[in-house]
Each structure stands twice: as structure tokens, then as C-alpha cells.
Design a protein around this ligand. Structure first.
Ligand SMILES: [Zn+2]
Length: 321
């Protein structure tokens, strides 16, 4: 069976971009990244679920970034099986493309795009030389896998390591049925690669942003527009009609703040400024005190982790409010 040793980090990246998307104008490259991540997420998830259900023994490593010969390279998915290391690049392209004398073009406009096979070949060759250096004589096979069902590639050559959406099921079945049993060497190889992973690679670096430049307010969970007050206990979205209890919304926004600004101290004035439509300092202080662990005295209190259901502060008279 498949053992997942490293998960993808995109969930967090997607969430940060989603939050920023409503509050600032993202730079063009980040905006494209955001739409790719959200569009491709479903296909990628399906692909991951299938891998996890595989019968043959493999180690699965998602989103691994390594350096070899001063070159940094990012790999979507590595499968370490008994006889082969599979390097799989996942693409979420949507629409009609044509493969024409070594180039990928958008069918409608004939515009050439960066050939994803170059990236794959580069990663395969860097990984091969890294494994040779590590004295791990296991072959590497690379595949470009298109997961979006709305993708078509005309004139795709049959001898290219390309898996189209219509071939995906067969490809995964073939992987699953390839006999494989792992030993100590394989687990050492996986450990080595995990230890070499560069967590803060340029590939994982998100957009630059500062607190001051973000639009403040409470963003709707459903449609990402800004919400307004309905009454003392509820806020609502005038665009889609979504309603949320005020306390729940404040907790959600504190968690947003912590995700976007992990180094910032969460204080009552900060949350007041961030939420904007909640004008009661008292309400914010109560929600923070009831739901987050705090440090500092009454005047300089700041809040850390969200409390678990069992944690409760005996000094805090909850009924006071
Ligand atoms: Zn909404």
C-alpha cells in the first residue's frame, strides 16, 4: 500500500492567496497562480486519493524541492517503488492545446506556452544525478499528468511521457498493479530526500504584502465579498445572503490574521481594526478571551492559540457578558 511521507503544502498557500485575493490587488503572476491552484485543486485531490488507495508498496512524497549542482528543482509528486522512482508533474491546464514540432500552443490563439516537458526533463535529469551522487542506482521515470477533465491536447505524440485525462485511470491502474515491495534502502532514500527538502524555496514564496495595504473588513466565506452587520449578533453578506454569528466570524478573522501575519501580536485593538464592522471593543475582548489562550496583563494582553473545547479559564467569568 502507499505510504504518504510528505503532503502537499498548497492547501495553506491556496488559503493565503484566497484571503489576499479579496483584500488586495494580487500581482499578475500570483493572481494566475491563485486561479491555477483553485481550479486544479479538485483534479489534484482526486489524483492524490487514488495514489493513497494504491495496492502496491510505494512511498509518496508531494511537493519536494531539492538542490543539485546549484540548481533548485521542484517536483509535484515522487513515488518511490521497489525498482523505479516515478517523478510525476501534475498540470491543471484547461482548454484545447496543440502539440506542434516540440511546442505547446493554445489552439484558439496559436500562442506558444512554456513547454512543461522541459521542466519535467530538467527535474528528471537533476534527480538522476542526485541519486547517482547518493549511490542509489535506481532508475527515474518522469510523467507529465494532466488532471483537468476539460483539457485536450491535439497531436500528442504517443511516445511522449504525457498522460491525458482520458488515460489517467489506466495509468494509475498500471502503477497500482506493478509489483513492488520496499526495504530499508528505500526508506533511507525517502528519508534522505525529505531531509534535503528546501522548505522556503522560491517556488513556495507567496506574494509580498503588508498589513497596511490590505482592505479591512470581514470577507464572506461563500463568495469572498465584504460582509455587513445584520443585527447585534449576526453579520450577513448582501451579495450572496450568507449569514454568520458574530462570534464565529470574529474567531474566523482572528485565525485569518494569524495565518496572514504569523508574527503579529493579536490584540483587541488589532482585531477591532481588522474586522471594521464590529465596533464594540467589549465584544471583541470577550470573544478573544473566551476562545484564545492569552498572555500578558490586562492592559497588554495578546492572544495565541485557539482554545480547545476542554480548555477553560476558571478565572474568567463567562456569564459576565
Ligand atoms: Zn457572500
Amino acid at each position: 500500500m502507499a505510504i504518504v511521507l510528505k503532503n502537499r503544502t498548497s492547501a495553506k498557500e491556496t488559503e493565503v492567496l484566497r484571503l489576499l485575493h479579496s483584500r488586495m490587488a494580487l500581482p499578475e503572476n500570483q493572481s494566475r497562480r491563485f486561479s491555477n491552484l483553485t481550479k486544479g485543486w479538485e483534479g489534484e485531490k482526486r489524483f492524490e486519493q487514488f495514489l493513497e488507495a494504491m495496492h502496491s508498496d510505494v512511498y509518496v512524497l508531494h511537493d519536494i524541492c531539492l538542490e543539485q549542482n546549484h540548481s533548485v528543482f521542484q517536483m509535484d509528486t515522487l513515488l518511490i517503488s521497489e525498482k523505479v522512482v516515478w517523478l510525476i508533474e501534475i498540470k491543471n491546464y484547461e482548454g484545447e492545446y496543440v502539440y506542434d514540432s516540440g511546442a505547446f500552443r493554445i489552439l484558439a490563439t496559436n500562442q506558444e506556452i512554456l513547454n512543461p516537458l522541459y521542466q519535467l526533463n530538467r527535474s528528471v535529469s537533476l534527480l538522476r544525478s542526485l541519486l547517482t551522487k547518493m549511490k542509489m542506482p535506481i532508475p527515474v521515470k518522469g510523467y507529465l499528468v494532466f488532471v483537468n477533465e476539460e483539457f485536450t491536447l491535439f497531436q500528442a505524440p504517443v511516445d511522449m511521457p504525457i498522460i491525458l485525462p482520458s488515460q489517467l485511470k489506466r495509468f494509475l491502474n498500471r502503477l497500482s498493479q506493478t509489483p513492488s515491495s520496499l526495504n530499508k534502502q528505500h526508506s533511507q532514500l525517502a528519508d534522505h530526500l525529505l531531509n534535503m527538502h528546501l522548505p522556503n524555496s522560491p517556488y513556495e514564496r507567496g506574494p509580498d504584502y503588508q498589513y497596511e495595504q490590505l482592505q479591512k473588513g470581514i470577507v464572506c466565506l461563500k463568495c469572498s465579498r465584504f460582509m455587513s452587520r445584520k443585527n447585534i449578533r449576526t453579520i450577513m453578506c448582501k451579495t450572496c445572503g450568507f449569514e454568520e454569528a458574530l462570534d464565529v466570524s470574529i474567531i474566523r478573522n482572528v485565525n485569518e490574521l494569524k495565518l496572514l501575519f504569523p508574527k503579529m501580536k493579536v490584540t483587541t485593538p488589532l482585531v477591532l481594526d481588522w474586522c471594521t464592522i464590529v465596533d464594540s471593543k467589549k465584544t471583541i475582548r470577550r470573544v478573544l478571551a473566551q476562545n484564545f489562550v492569552f498572555t500578558g496583563d490586562n492592559k497588554h494582553r495578546h492572544y495565541g492559540d485557539e482554545r480547545t473545547a476542554t480548555e477553560c479559564d476558571p478565572l474568567l467569568p463567562v456569564s459576565r457578558f
